[in-house]
Design a protein around this ligand. Structure first.
Ligand code: CP
Length: 322
């Protein structure tokens, strides 16, 4: 593995999941693999889970991890080729990234979409420019359109639950359900979850959302899509709850109808479904207290698995790149 930007960087999802679960059982199994190696984690946007879990994962492998909140503390970066830098940006990625390539062995980047220009966000220019100019492996800590470390942790969590479940002789039903919010959010987590679950190919995968909230077909091909949430929830084994803004009329939040919020009453439609969310979550807007605090929630387990997802990915990159 050279970079980790999407599911396409993984040749065998189940093998990655097993690798992550092996680290969960024995966190220091490769404690010297990253000795004398350094990862630089650049945050252009806020984070709690990604930042801490990636740092812990690197340390478990014996790597030094340096965090740079470039969005708050660094020079404003320019990413456009041939830009005339007479505006707010101070340093071009062409100048900054090769230096980072000298300082670090792996570079990890978090950068959100602007939710204004769809073509710009979906071109993934920021992360591609880092790959182009850094000259070292690049890991996405969430990009403009995807969140692959989150999705790997999600598949790890689903696998753990299935290993202890009584679902036999059928595929589990996994539902990605849109949820209300107070502001437009990126499509990254939902795109990425859809991309990984369809690539994994081991479930009956349904996406439910209000009209006009279609995600890009690039990521949802292979899923069943319905605007009827109750129909989607019927007999579900897992419900992944997430808000996202509109993709077609880009970056809008048209409505925030509370009837889309998951409640215990709606859970009665399911096969005692486990409830997932990437966090952070707005309580009693996206998800009700009763569901978050109830026994069906596996959200803390899911967030805990972020360490093992990151550790599996960093281990793969260290082994592939000497
Ligand atoms: N799920 C997730 O990426 O959380 P953070 O934004 O806190 O990193």
């Amino acid at each position: 593995m050279r970079n980790f930007i999407s599911v396409h960087d993984v040749t065998n999802i189940d093998a990655m999941v097993q690798k992550a679960l092996a680290f969960k059982a024995n966190p220091f199994a490769e404690k010297s693999l990253g000795a004398n190696k350094r990862i630089g984690c650049l945050y252009l946007n806020p984070s709690m889970r990604t930042r801490l879990s990636t740092q812990i994962a690197a340390q478990n492998l014996g790597m030094e991890c340096i965090i740079f909140n470039v969005g708050q503390e660094g020079w404003a970066l320019e990413f456009e080729e041939e830009a005339i830098m007479s505006g707010k940006t101070v340093e071009h990625i062409k100048d900054a990234a090769p230096i980072l390539g000298k300082y670090f062995d792996i570079l990890a980047i978090r950068t959100f979409p602007n939710l204004i220009h769809k073509d710009e966000d979906y071109s993934e220019m920021y992360i591609k420019q880092f790959i182009k100019y850094a000259g070292i492996p690049v890991v996405s800590l969430e990009s403009a359109t995807l969140h692959p470390l989150q999705s790997l942790a999600d598949v790890i969590t689903i696998t753990e639950v299935l290993n202890n479940a009584e679902i036999q002789n059928r595929k589990p039903k996994i539902v990605l359900s849109w949820a209300p919010h107070i502001k437009p959010l990126p499509q990254c987590v939902s795109n990425s979850f859809a991309q990984w679950i369809t690539a994994w190919g081991k479930s009956d995968f349904v996406i439910t959302h209000p009209e006009d909230y279609e995600l890009s077909e690039e990521f949802t091909n292979g899923a069943t899509i319905t605007h009827n949430q109750d129909e989607a929830l019927k007999d579900a084994d897992f419900i992944y709850v997430k808000n996202w803004s509109t993709y077609n009329d880009y970056g809008k939040l048209y409505e925030s109808d509370p009837k889309w919020m998951l409640t215990n009453k709606k859970l009665e439609l399911t096969n005692n479904a486990k409830v997932m969310h990437c966090l952070p979550v707005r309580r009693n807007v996206e998800l009700s207290d009763e569901v978050l605090d109830g026994t069906n929630s596996i959200i803390t387990q899911e967030a805990g698995n972020r360490i093992w997802a990151a550790q599996a990915v960093l281990s793969e990159i260290l082994k592939s790149n000497g």
